[in-house]
Design a binder for this molecule. Structure first.
Ligand code: NAD
Ligand code: TDX
Length: 380
């Protein structure tokens, strides 16, 4: 038996354990790593395992690398499908806890090209689970936490909520691939006794969000005087959660969550897309008034108001109408609750993008720009 001291939940004392974070260079993964080092008193080893696809960016973590690199924080470039490399990393750092974020995450991309989603989200999760099972044998003082989405539950009508018990009904290649990975994680618990937990979270927003997703795309397009594309009638509803609140929820699950359990995480903050876009325009008008915006003032564009840039475009195929999460379980069982309301979170997010234009241009100069050119213009 290992000499690692166990916490209440059966996992090693996670403040000082060896954690492998997959997809740690992406949006939520990098926010999670920053949260762990800055908000939890963590003193163990954290390894960021990431392939660095178009969505992964090590610039997201330069501050953390500067403070903790080669002491508590380590980066290993690799594919979650590379079984040998995953096993090597497990052994090298004696990993006892996996937090599995790595995935292809953009619904629109999954519509244009689903193959990558099956390879990474389904096969990659299988490889991570299998490597964990082989490496840990039947140890119980270990944990595999699988990060998933509310999209696996399908689309709601005007009323109702997703509960942990809601039957799965995924409708995009992205959500179908995430649903498959959730089933695999639970199957490894039931079949092999691998100590897993799963969380299904609603739409996140905040710093380091890749500018293909609605909120960062609209902020940046507005600042640059470009059209703000709203799909369909703009009345699709998403439940928004500030990314740091998601990170805290995941940490609570690692600390106190029961193995084999699923926890829904949500913002209890339903918004129609058009209202989100209008709110961004209103906050931008306060933080970066149009009359002082040199990018727009010096162009030929004649716009009096950011809202004039809103452009309704063709709908996303199979566009889910409404998501709404019931997160009573994590609130009642683990005592988690969100800290940021939408207005506060959105204001922080917009301020971050205004202050970090260098990050944006770095992101946009690569493969993303090529993809946008090839695929995005075809739907407008
Ligand atoms: P993201 O696209 O910003 O980041 C994904 C990261 O995974 C990137 O760093 C990328 O390089 C890495 N990656 C991709 N394929 C890989 C592979 N084969 N091997 C190793 N690394 C690989 O995604 P995100 O928005 O941060 O989402 C993270 C996780 O959270 C995903 O599992 C997603 O399904 C889930 N999730 C996201 C949201 C959201 O609103 N963004 C909501 C709920 C759940
Ligand atoms: O340009 C746009 N215009 C628009 O109207 C974009 C990019 C999106 N939309 C709509 C589609 C959705 O109804 O806005 C809503 C949000 O779209 P995205 O930001 O692409 O997010 P969504 O499809 O809801 O999925 C996100 O939340 C759940 C993440 O990308 C997933 O990884 C997560 O699982």
């Amino acid at each position: 038996m290992s000499s690692i001291k166990k916490s209440e939940s059966g996992v090693p004392n996670i403040e000082s354990t060896n954690i492998l974070v997959t997809g740690g260079a992406g949006f939520i993964g990098s926010n999670f790593i920053r949260y762990v080092f800055e908000k939890t008193g963590f003193t163990g080893t954290l390894v960021n395992y990431d392939k660095l696809t178009y969505a992964g960016n090590l610039m997201n973590l330069v501050d953390i690398d500067g403070k903790f690199g080669n002491k508590n924080y380590f980066f290993e470039r690799g594919d979650i499908n590379d079984y040998g490399n995953v096993k090597r990393v497990f052994s090298k750092y004696d990993i006892t806890l996996v937090v599995h974020f790595a995935a292809e995450s953009h619904v629109d991309r999954s519509i244009f090209g689903p193959k990558e989603f099956i390879e990474t989200n389904v096969n990659g999760t299988f490889t991570m689970l299998e490597a964990s099972r082989q490496h840990w044998a039947s140890r119980q003082d270990v944990r595999f936490h699988h990060i998933s989405t509310d999209e696996v539950y399908g689309s709601l009508g005007e009323s109702g909520y997703f509960f942990e018990t809601t039957p799965y009904d995924p409708r995009s290649p992205y959500s179908a691939s995430k649903a498959a990975s959730d089933h695999l994680a639970r199957a490894y618990f039931h079949t092999y006794g691998l100590p897993i937990t799963v969380s299904n979270c609603s739409n996140n927003y905040g710093p380091y969000h890749f500018p293909e997703k609605l909120i960062p795309l609209v902020i940046l397009n507005a600042v640059e005087g470009k059209p703000l594309p709203v799909y369909g009638d703009g009345k699709n509803v998403r439940d928004w959660l500030y990314v740091e609140d998601h990170c805290e929820a995941v940490w609570q699950i690692l600390m106190k969550g029961r193995t084999g359990e699923t926890y829904n995480i949500g913002g209890e903050c339903e918004k129609q897309n058009i209202d989100v876009v209008n709110s961004i325009c209103e906050i931008l008008e306060q933080l970066h008034p149009l009359k002082d915006n040199k990018e727009i003032k010096n162009s030929k564009l004649k716009t009096q108001n950011y809202k004039e840039l809103i452009t309704f475009v063709g709908d996303r195929p199979g566009h889910d109408r409404r998501y709404a999460i019931n997160c009573d379980k994590i609130k009642n069982e683990l005592g988690w609750k969100r800290q940021h309301g939408f207005e506060d979170g959105l204001r922080r997010t917009i301020a971050w993008y205004l202050d970090n234009r260098a990050w944006v241009s770095n992101i946009r100069s690569g493969e993303y720009a090529k993809w946008i050119e090839k695929n995005y213009t075809s739907r407008a």
